[in-house]
Design a protein around this ligand. Structure first.
Ligand SMILES: Nc1nc2c(ncn2[C@@H]2O[C@H](COP(=O)(O)OP(=O)(O)O)[C@@H](O)[C@H]2O)c(=O)[nH]1
Ligand SMILES: [Mg+2]
Length: 227
């Protein structure tokens, strides 16, 4: 027998409201919140390591890093940037309560940029607003240039696409312009960048992009989040 119990509360709506409040609070204190999403292993943590070194000279940064289990990514990032690991205990995405709790534990409560490294997954994180100002999806060249069209919600809800591991382009069949076009068919306003966290190629443009987004936030023009 199935029984329906009405709790009289729209939990999804509550989470959305909390995310909106977090976004407003961060904007008011000048913190740009960037949600990094990708499949597992696309290079989110390594890009954050390089970003922390390159951008840390100009802006103060902090990272919340999500995984199903282990503190491994937080341990990798700790030498470069204040970081807290968010462990979901099996859930395939982060949600705003975990982000709020992690943020409270950071030593720097007013960074210029707060990065959230989401759990590696191109499906579930697309549906969860973490209070970010900008969602950035990484696509590594080893994953294939046909992926944007196969994961449309993730691309539709993202503001920028970073094609990662471009040092491997000579070894894999990956057409950068095809991938960019495929992604723009879904999200015409998507900003696209290419990086290698090994050689540092494209890192300057990535850092410029982040600094510009931070400037825009300070002047009240936060990039819209199209979740
Ligand atoms: N060749 C190459 N390997 C990379 C690059 N970025 C990350 N990797 C490697 O890809 C693997 C996954 O990277 P990681 O940062 O852990 O990915 P995440 O799961 O998205 O955080 C690691 O072995 C990295 O060393 C890159 O730009 N070029
Ligand atoms: Mg990682």
């Amino acid at each position: 027998m199935t029984r329906t119990i009405s709790v009289g509360v729209d939990l999804k709506q509550q989470l959305k409201a909390r995310a909106a409040h977090f976004r407003e609070r961060m904007a008011a204190q000048g913190t740009l919140v960037v949600n990094l999403v990708s499949s597992p292993g696309a290079g989110k943590t390594q890009l954050l390591e390089r970003t922390a070194v390159a951008l840390g000279e100009h802006l103060s940064l902090a990272v919340l890093v999500g995984d199903l289990a282990t503190n491994r990514d937080a341990e990798r990032l700790a030498p470069y940037v204040p970081v807290r690991q968010l462990t979901t205990g099996g859930a395939c995405h982060l949600e705003i309560p975990l982000v709020e709790a992690g943020f409270e534990q950071l030593e720097n409560q007013r960074p210029d940029i707060l990065f959230i490294e989401n759990v590696g997954n191109l499906v579930c994180p697309a549906s969860h607003d973490l209070g970010e100002h900008m969602r950035v999806v990484l696509l590594s060249v080893t994953e294939g240039d046909d992926k944007p069209g196969k994961y449309p919600k993730m691309y539709r809800t993202s503001d920028a696409l970073v094609i990662s591991k471009i040092d491997l382009l000579p070894y894999v069949p990956f057409d950068v312009s095809f991938a960019e076009q495929d992604a723009r068919t879904i999200q015409p306003d998507l900003k696209t960048l290419s990086v290698s966290a090994v050689t540092g190629a494209g890192l300057d443009d990535w850092c410029q992009f982040l600094m510009q987004a931070h400037e825009q936030l300070k002047h009240g023009n936060a990039t819209s989040h199209c979740n």
